[in-house]
Design a protein around this ligand. Structure first.
Ligand code: ATP
Ligand code: MG
Length: 218
């Protein structure tokens, strides 16, 4: 169970995140949506433990794995990236690269990958290890349709195998519909709508959420 209480993040007096309460059941997947600047990354970074909230407390399961919004390569080859701190996991690493259709690139320098390839690598790099909480900030943003499909399949398999909780942010309705049992829409750092993704998309609740979701379908 992930539990957040009275959480606030302010920058120079401006509140960018204000969540009274958030509970996420162990083993479930929550999708976060909302316009640019609505607080998705801020929330994920606080849950990942790499940003301090101004107020409030979070309780998370551990270990936590976190995929930042911007993917970056580590030094060395694609395979080196997979084995960083996991030297004994070569078999799993190769299997993951195969599943993500990156195996043919395993000897290339990670820094030479395309944006979408690098995003898939950054994701696979996490999945070498088990975790209890997986935080993914726009995990398919650089992927083409086939790459996004692969990534979501890998995520589903990892979830089945580990039983981990997943919290991901996305600007893609299909990702929320396919991967999550719950969708939380943030508006100026506050929860605007919260519920089953399919139900929320057809009956968004507030006027603001209706307008957001209408735009989201384009
Ligand atoms: N270090 C900082 N100093 C001041 N303001 C910041 C800082 N980091 C983030 N913010 C502000 O906090 C707000 C929330 O940012 P956040 O990155 O959480 O949004 P987001 O929902 O992830 O947006 P996007 O969809 O563009 O990724 C934004 O208005 C941003 O400008
Ligand atoms: Mg963000």
């Amino acid at each position: 169970m992930i539990e957040v209480k009275g959480l606030k993040k302010c920058y120079r007096g401006r509140t960018v995140l204000d969540l009274d309460e958030l509970r996420v059941q162990q083993g479930s997947t929550l999708a976060l949506a909302g316009a640019n600047g609505s607080g998705k990354t801020t929330l994920l970074r606080i849950l990942a433990g790499n940003l301090k909230p101004t107020e409030g407390a979070v309780e998370t399961a551990s270990p936590v794995l976190y995929l930042p919004q911007r993917s970056y390569p580590f030094r060395g080859t694609v395979l080196d990236n997979m084995l960083l701190g996991a030297k004994d996991k070569k078999e799993e690493a190769l299997h993951l690269l195969q599943s993500a259709e990156l195996a043919h690139l395993q000897s290339k320098k990670a820094a030479s990958l395309s944006g979408g390839e690098l995003q898939r690598l950054a994701f696979c790099r996490l999945l070498v290890r088990p975790c209890r909480l997986l935080l993914l900030d726009e995990p398919t943003s650089a992927c083409d349709a086939a790459g996004a499909k692969l990534l979501l399949e890998l995520l589903a398999r990892y979830r089945r195998e580990t039983g981990c909780t997943v919290i991901l942010s996305t600007h893609t309705p299909a990702v929320a519909l396919q991967a999550a049992q719950r969708l939380l829409i943030l508006h100026n750092g506050r929860p605007e709508a919260d519920g089953d993704p399919k139900e929320l998309l057809s009956a968004p609740g507030s006027d603001w959420a209706r307008e957001f979701v209408a735009g989201w379908k384009i």
